[in-house]
Design a protein around this ligand. Structure first.
Ligand code: HEM
Ligand code: NAG
Ligand code: NAG
Ligand code: NAG
Ligand code: NAG
Ligand code: NAG
Ligand code: NAG
Ligand code: NAG
Length: 297
């Protein structure tokens, strides 16, 4: 703890929660009035969690992404099934047995004044609006565009796959029978393919984990983009950013690979853009007393 990596992760998450939790205009100094120690509270909670789970920063950023793409950033993903919530987003295809970090969010939110929360969950929206790793770059770009995010946002935010893990089941198709061809995805680096086939045998346990960034698995850096240039993207959706002939994403990958500062600056901006998707304002929604339930529900 206190290592550069964990500090960087905690700092990113502080920035994230400041945006996520603050008022509709996402005024980063919002807590100046009501909760002067908000960033300290969040940083401590994340650093505490990191002590037992080096993956938690990654899991929390992904949770935020999956919340924001469905009815905006309204904490709808946190609602459990029960009462008026007959179908939870937690149980939607992209989230079930996959998203994690709910307990840490509960602890943080309990300590802070908050942005307004949804009264409903949208499981069908979660099934259709969250990108799948195998649906192809143009569909994914359309899903980003649908929430007001452009190609720069898509490439920068995909850079969150510089840390965290993915289960074999979400990429094993590329390793043996890509898109029904009976062969591996031809874009995978051959030595990386051998490694991944050892981690994920055909018809093996689909829940086994692999690092999204094989080079520096737990560091928030720009090696994700260098990996793509070396044909070492783990998910189909990752490698397509670099390997799709003529795509406008290719030059963005190259620029982030050659300039980490450019990546960090754009990532911060794109997290703000994502955090601004359809916040609940005025009297819409409510401030939940228990993150997992609507009030009185
Ligand atoms: C561009 C479209 C995207 C697709 C298709 C995609 C897909 C995935 C998939 C399939 C996993 C592995 C889940 C599992 O095996 O349980 C994953 C993990 C992850 N994703 Fe994405 N993702 C995308 C964009 C993003 C964005 C925008 C962010 C955040 C800014 C993000 C952050 C993460 C993180 C940090 C993990 C690792 C989570 C952990 O270790 O718990 N992803 N993603
Ligand atoms: C942000 O909030 C602070 C504290 O309430 C306030 O002084 C400041 O004017 C606000 N800034 C903007 C840009 O709204
Ligand atoms: C903020 O943190 C400081 C130093 O940790 C502490 O002395 C102070 O009591 C805290 N203030 C609030 C309002 O929690
Ligand atoms: C989730 O994982 C549990 C335990 O491994 C398993 O019993 C359940 O069938 C899985 N659910 C889905 C929808 O995959
Ligand atoms: C969402 O996907 C899950 C898992 O595939 C499925 O069980 C559920 O019925 C779907 N929900 C809706 C509302 O489409
Ligand atoms: C997968 O196959 C379909 C039709 O067989 C084709 O249209 C599509 O471009 C292929 N996708 C990839 C990523 O190769
Ligand atoms: C495969 O990855 C290695 C690094 O592990 C790299 O040196 C090599 O250039 C890559 N090959 C291709 C074709 O990208
Ligand atoms: C890297 O990107 C930053 C931020 O965009 C920029 O200020 C800097 O000039 C770039 N460095 C190089 C060597 O291009």
């Amino acid at each position: 703890m206190g290592s550069p990596t964990s500090l960087a992760v905690a700092t990113i998450f502080v920035a994230l929660v400041m945006l996520y939790e603050s008022n509709a205009q996402l005024n980063a100094t919002f807590y100046g009035d009501t909760c002067p120690n908000a960033s300290t509270i969040v940083r401590n909670a994340v650093q505490q969690a990191l002590q037992s789970d080096s993956r938690i920063g990654a899991s929390l950023i992904r949770l935020h992404f999956h919340d924001c793409f469905v009815n905006g950033c309204d904490a709808s993903i946190l609602l459990d099934r029960g009462g008026s919530i007959t179908q939870s987003e937690k149980d939607a295809a992209p989230n079930t047995n996959s998203t994690r970090g709910f307990d840490v969010v509960d602890n943080i939110k309990a300590a802070l004044e908050r942005r307004r929360d949804s009264l409903t969950a949208n499981q069908g929206g979660a099934n259709t609006s969250i990108p799948s790793p195998v649906e192809g770059l143009s569909n994914i770009a359309s899903k980003f565009s649908a929430v007001g995010l452009d190609t720069n946002d898509l490439v920068a935010l995909s850079g969150a796959h510089t840390f965290g893990r993915a289960q074999c089941r979400v990429f094993v198709g590329r390793l043996y029978n890509f898109n029904g061809t009976g062969n591996p995805d031809p874009t995978i680096n051959s030595s990386y393919l051998t490694t991944l086939q050892q981690t994920c045998p055909q018809n093996g346990d689909g829940t086994v984990l692999a690092n999204l960034d094989p080079t520096t698995p737990d560091s928030f850096d720009n090696s994700y983009f260098t990996n793509l240039q070396n044909n070492q993207g783990l998910l189909q959706s990752d490698q397509e950013l670099f390997s799709t002939t003529g795509a406008s994403t290719v030059s963005i990958v190259n620029s982030f690979s050659s300039n980490q500062t450019a990546f960090f600056e754009r990532f911060a901006q794109s997290m703000i853009n994502m955090g601004n998707i359809s916040p609940l304002t005025g009297t819409n929604g409510e401030i939940r007393s228990d993150c997992k339930k609507v009030n009185g529900g």
